[in-house]
Design a protein around this ligand. Sequence first.
Ligand code: PXG
Ligand code: PLP
Length: 448
Amino acid sequence: MNATTQLHPDNQSDALRAWWMPFTHNRYFKAAPRMVKSAKGAYFTLEDGRRVFDCLSGLWCSPLGHSHPHIVEAVTRQIQTLDFAPSFQMGHQAAFDLATRITQLAGRPQDRVFFVNSGSEAVDTALKMAVAYHRARGDAARTRIIGRERGYHGVGMGGISVGGIAPNRKMFHPLMIQGVDHLPHTYNPAQMAFSVGQPEWGAHLADELERIVALHDASTIAAVIVEPMQGSTGVIVPPKGYLQKLRDICTKHGILLIFDEVITGFGRLGTPFGADFFGVQPDLTTFAKAVNNATVPLGGVLVRDAIYEAFMTGPAHMIEFFHGYTYSAHPLAVAAGLATLDVMAEENLIAKAAALAPVLEKGMHSLKGEPHVIDVRNIGLAAAIELAPTAGAPGMKAINVFQAALNEGQMVRFTGDIIAVAPPFISSAAEVEEMVEGIRRALRVVPV
Ligand code: PXG
Ligand code: PLP
């Protein structure tokens, strides 16, 4: 099948008709389905019986491996005790406990945590908090949000508005929030291709924020939202000094800084949060994914106490923030979260991720010089390789490498012509090295 084949709906089997799959080439997939049957530890078993290594920890979300016995036990116990509890005007202790644990892990024990069910909801929640915070303080003109090109902040209307991935935005312009501007992204292959870890070049790109502030005036800007490391667009690593500059400019102008840590939160860089890795603290942090090893959907926003306090005005019997989801702090998600943090601590898994990072770095950079490879990027336990696109068929090269890697027992992630990996923290060094060799063989079998 070549890239231009138009698959007729009749080619799709009835069994695969009804599910309109997310971020998937539906026709291509349904013509040649790739089905997962089960998972255990760092491996998936496919429908055809093959066992493959989970190179991206699910979708960046299962660093402890699948069906960790401690998490399975905690969720099983929870479903038998309290399967659901309303969290509008009622509470359950475990949710308060998990919020406390998250503030402790972040080293910000005074902070507050608002729970949601996904990264997209976390982002929309943080944007609403930022705008409402300024309004609560009598600074109602601060409504503008600054995102960044190539940023991924989920698929809510707020998230795509501040996001910078063009195909995620172009169909929806009339619905997107107004008053958004974007920083330039920091990727410049001429300056930084094959950088090991953080590129030396590019901190000056943060100065673009001063230009944007001068254009719109600080008095109209509520917040800046960036991923500390841009994961979804293919592991774009911030230049040295860049995030600190953003922090300083935000502080100078009274603008809130939001770190979207949906991927970097809970250990991916070998530190609890990306903020710890880069030594830069935001005002709000969005998280999801690894917070509970993705066992049950869960996300949230970690908020500076002063922001929470700004809402705590008016009569105490009134709702302070008109926002929340039916499943905010769902008991099963919370139980999985507490168990996940227990396992991370008991098995020292964040330190384990830090210890594996150099193995991944060395292995992935050894792919320089292999066919198709035009860049290798890495930070913490995450890496990507950029492939030279096939002429006239962008994206096809990565599909072919993905398929070849799967045949080698390695389930990588592809997006555009980029292959991304972020192995589970429970991986051994040998498994990470084997993953790299599987990718190498895959690169060599795909025709140039
Ligand atoms: N913010 C960031 C920084 C993300 O990476 C979201 C928000 C949205 O989270 P939800 O839970 O609504 O999907 C994300 C999600 C990939 C990939 O392969 C990345 C994401 C999701 C799925 C796949 O890079 N990021
Ligand atoms: N749509 C309708 C009709 C609803 O009643 C609700 C919640 O009660 C929602 C959407 C929002 O759902 P959720 O709280 O799960 O985000």
